[in-house]
Ligand binder design. Structure first.
Ligand code: NAD
Length: 499
C-alpha cells in the first residue's frame, strides 16, 4: 500500500482535496502520495503558529527544556538513519552513499550542536553601569515570532534543520514549507517533534507549490522572518516581498564554485577532489565546485587524469551502494541541463566527456544525465557563469595565481570555493576568494560549528555555526534606573525642576 502523508497544522495531521504523486526520479515508481495544500492551509498554519507564540507556552519554557526536546529529536532521527537515508534516496535520487552520512547524519549532528549551544547561550546579559543616568543595563534575547522556513528538494533535511532547529531552540513558532518534489523528510521530522512532545502550533508543515503557496507564506503579514534556501530568483522575490513589513530574511541561494588546482598540488588527490566537489549529490548541490581552474603549465596532465578518473564514475540506481551518480530530480531539470550542452557547444567549449542522457538498460525510466566535462571553457561563457545544477564540470586554465583569483571572483555568486596546493600559498589564495566557504585540499566540508552561506548573490546571513541563534532572536536593551528621586536624574537638560 502506498503511504499517504498529510500536512501538520496546529498539532493535527491535515489532509487536502488535492494530492501530489511522488515518484522516484530513478524509476518513476510511485513512492507516496502527499496532501497538496493551498493558501488557506498557510493561513491556518500561520494563525496556529501566532496563536501559540502569543500564548507564550513554548517561548517561556527554560532554554534547557527546549534543548532537551531537540536532543530527543536528534536521538530519534539518529536511530532511523538507514531507514531515512533510503527514503531520501528514493525520493530525490541522492545516492545512498551520501544520504546516510551527509543528509541524515549531518542533520542529527546539527540538532545536537544546537541543543548544546542553546544551553550555553547568553539569553540575558548585564552590561556596564550607565553613567551619568545611573542605570543598569540588561540585554535580553527574545524570539522573533512566526518564522517561515522554505526549503528545496536537493538536500531537504539539512536545509530544514538549519532553519527550524535554531528557530525552535530560540522559542519561535515555525511554518515550514518543503519543496513539492521532496517533502517527506520534513514530515518525518515533524512526526518526531510531535512524539517528543512539542506543543501544538509551534511547528507546522505545509506541503504545496512554490506559487502560490510558498509565495503566500513568504509574504504573510504575521511572519516575522523568512528563512529560505533555493534559487536566487525566488530569493530576490522574497527579499522584495519582505520590504512591506521589514521582516527578517536569511537566504541561501545558488553558486558557481571555483575550484583551483595550484601547480604544486597533489594532482591525483586534486582530481578526485574535483570530481567529488562537482558530482556529489548528482551535481545538484548549491555548494558544488562547478568551475575547475587549472594551471596552463600542467593542463594536459591534469585533463588526462581527470577524464580517466571521471570515466570510472558509475551512473545508476541511487539505492545501490556502488553507484556514484544518481538521477536528476525531474524531467524539467534534466532538459534544462541538456539545453546547456547545446549552449556550451555553440559558445566554443569542447565536450570531453558525457554530454547527453544515457541510453541502455537501467535508463529507460527516470531522468538521467551522464557525468559531463567541458574543456576549453572561458569565464565569459554561459556554461561558466550560470548555475546548471547537474553533474557538469567546466575546465578553465590560468597562467598565474593572480589570474586564478581574478577568474574565481569574476562571478555574481560567492558561496563556495576551493584551493588544492601547499601552504602557505593555498591558504593565502583562500583569503583572497570572495566566498562564504573556502576549502583547502578538500570540498563539502560542512560542520555544525561553522557557518554555511554565501557572499554576493549567493545569499544573506549564515546558517549553522555559533551565531545560529542570533539569526532567530531580537535583542532587547532594558535600562533600569534604580537611583530614585527626580533630583538624581538628568531631567534638567530638558525639564526645569519644580521650584
Ligand atoms: P526554487 O527556488 O524554485 O525552490 C525552492 C523552494 O522555494 C521550494 O520549496 C519551492 O516550492 C519554493 N518556492 C518556489 N517559488 C517560490 C516563491 N515565489 N515564493 C516562495 N517560495 C517559492 O529552487 P529549485 O530550483 O527547486 O532548487 C534549486 C536551487 O536552489 C538552485 O539554484 C540551488 O543552488 C539552490 N540551493 C541553494 C542552497 C544553499 O544552501 N545555498 C541549497 C540547496 C539549493
Amino acid at each position: 500500500m502506498t503511504p499517504h502523508y498529510c500536512m501538520y497544522i496546529d498539532g493535527k495531521w491535515v489532509d487536502a482535496d488535492d494530492v501530489y504523486e511522488l515518484r522516484s526520479p530513478a524509476t518513476e515508481e510511485l513512492i507516496a502520495t502527499v496532501a497538496k495544500g493551498d493558501v488557506s492551509h498557510v493561513d491556518a498554519a500561520v494563525a496556529a503558529a501566532k496563536g501559540t507564540f502569543d500564548q507564550g507556552g513554548w517561548r517561556n519554557t527554560a532554554p534547557a527544556e527546549r534543548a532537551a526536546l531537540i536532543n530527543t529529536v536528534a536521538e530519534r532521527l539518529g536511530g532511523r538513519v538507514d531507514e531515512l537515508a533510503a527514503l531520501q534516496s528514493n525520493e530525490n535520487g541522492a545516492t545512498i552513499r551520501i544520504t546516510g552520512a551527509f543528509h541524515i547524519g549531518l542533520s542529527v549532528a546539527q540538532l545536537q550542536y544546537l541543543a548544546a549551544i542553546t544551553e550555553q547561550y547568553q539569553w540575558e546579559t548585564s552590561g556596564p553601569a550607565i553613567e551619568p543616568v545611573a542605570a543598569e543595563g540588561v540585554v535580553v534575547r527574545e524570539p522573533l515570532g512566526v518564522v517561515a522556513a522554505i526549503v528545496p528538494w536537493n538536500i531537504p533535511l539539512l536545509t530544514t534543520v538549519w532553519k527550524i532547529g535554531p528557530a525552535l531552540a530560540a522559542g519561535n513558532s515555525v511554518v515550514l514549507k518543503p519543496d513539492e518534489h521532496a517533502p517527506l523528510l520534513a514530515l518525518e521530522l515533524a512526526r518526531e517533534f510531535e512524539s517528543a512532545g512539542l506543543p501544538p502550533g509551534v511547528l507546522n508543515v505545509i506541503t504545496g507549490d512554490g506559487e502560490p503557496v510558498g509565495a503566500h507564506l513568504a509574504g504573510h503579514p504575521d511572519v516575522r522572518k523568512v528563512a529560505f534556501t533555493g534559487s536566487t530568483a525566488v530569493g530576490k522575490s522574497i527579499l522584495r516581498q519582505s520590504a512591506d513589513n521589514i521582516r527578517r530574511v536569511t537566504l541561501e541561494l545558488g553558486g558557481k564554485g571555483a575550484n583551483i588546482i595550484l601547480d604544486d598540488a597533489d594532482i591525483d588527490m586534486a582530481v578526485d577532489g574535483a570530481l567529488f566537489a562537482c558530482m556529489a549529490n548528482n551535481g545538484q548541490a548549491c555548494e558544488a565546485g562547478t568551475r575547475l581552474l587549472i594551471p596552463s603549465s600542467r593542463r594536459e596532465e591534469i585533463v588526462a587524469k581527470l577524464l580517466n578518473r571521471a570515466a570510472t564514475l558509475r551512473l545508476g540506481d541511487p539505492m545501490d551502494p556502488t553507484t556514484h551518480v544518481g538521477p536528476i530530480i525531474s524531467a524539467t531539470q534534466r532538459d534544462r541541463i541538456l539545453s546547456y550542452f547545446q549552449i556550451a557547444a555553440e559558445e566554443g567549449a569542447t565536450l570531453a566527456l558525457g554530454g547527453k542522457a544515457p541510453d541502455g538498460p537501467g535508463f529507460g525510466k527516470g531522468y538521467w544525465v551522464e557525468p559531463t566535462i567541458f574543456t576549453d571553457v572561458t569565464n565569459d561563457m554561459r556554461i561558466a557563469r550560470e548555475e546548471v545544477f547537474g553533474p557538469v564540470l567546466v575546465v578553465l586554465t590560468y597562467d598565474s595565481d593572480d589570474e586564478a583569483v581574478q577568474i574565481a571572483n569574476d562571478t555574481g555568486y560567492g558561496l563556495s570555493a576551493g584551493v588544492w596546493g601547499s601552504e602557505p600559498r593555498a591558504l593565502q589564495m583562500a583569503r583572497r576568494l570572495e566566498s562564504g566557504m573556502v576549502w583547502v585540499n578538500n570540498w563539502h566540508v560542512i560542520h555544525p560549528a561553522y557557518p554555511f552561506g554565501g557572499y554576493k548573490e549567493s545569499g544573506l546571513g549564515r546558517e549553522g555555526g555559533p551565531d545560529a541563534l542570533g539569526e532567530y532572536t531580537e535583542e532587547k536593551f532594558i535600562a533600569l534606573d534604580r537611583s530614585g528621586g527626580i533630583e538624581n536624574k538628568a531631567f534638567a537638560i530638558v525639564i526645569d525642576p519644580e521650584s
